[in-house]
Design a protein around this ligand. Structure first.
Ligand SMILES: CC(C)(COP(=O)(O)OP(=O)(O)OC[C@H]1O[C@@H](n2cnc3c(N)ncnc32)[C@H](O)[C@@H]1OP(=O)(O)O)[C@@H](O)C(=O)NCCC(=O)NCCS
Length: 139
């Protein structure tokens, strides 16, 4: 799913899109569905004239589509403590300009979910599966 969020750079705010969540039903994983969804999302965001996509995800998975560590573009995301720094990623599109940088601020609804320990993905008994495979592609 693509949704808008803010990138705050001092007094300047840039509106960009975030790709999250991405999920494929376990019984049909590894058949190209995830790749098709992600490539389609990138294409649609570009067609809409969005400058940049940000996401939090596995550094072992998203670089194959062209995502780069967000810090290389001057973009920071507050990650959960278990996540590697490279889990903050960004994809510059045709309308990207270097001044589009800053810290990711999620819409208020995300804060409401994260304050509810029952619903927060970061408060789950164990981190998502990709945490364990953050630096290696599963066999
Ligand atoms: C990650 C996910 C969306 C991939 O969807 P998919 O339809 O299985 O992916 P595809 O079939 O398009 O691609 C499969 C390739 O991705 C790799 N891959 C799948 N999940 C991966 C992961 N978590 N980390 C690294 N590589 C991964 C596979 O090894 C495979 O590689 P290969 O083509 O070299 O064999 C899916 O596994 C999923 O829903 N996982 C659970 C939720 C999740 O982790 N979402 C991502 C949150 S950041």
């Amino acid at each position: 799913m693509l949704h808008h969020l803010d990138l705050r750079d001092g007094a300047t705010t840039h509106e960009v899109v975030s790709l999250s969540p991405v999920s494929v039903r376990p019984d049909v994983q590894r058949r190209g569905v995830g790749s098709a969804l992600i490539r389609s999302a990138i294409e649609r965001a570009d067609q809409r004239g969005e400058p940049l996509i940000v996401l939090e995800g596995s550094p072992a998975y998203y670089p194959r589509f062209g995502f780069r560590p967000a810090r290389e573009l001057g973009i920071t995301i507050t990650l959960p403590s278990w996540a590697p720094e490279d889990a903050a990623m960004a994809y510059p599109l045709a309308r990207y300009r270097p001044e589009i940088k800053g810290h990711v601020v999620y819409p208020p609804a995300f804060g409401r979910v994260n304050r509810d320990r029952e619903l927060s993905p970061y408060a789950a008994p164990s981190p998502p599966a990709w945490r364990a495979s953050a630096t290696t592609v599963p066999g």
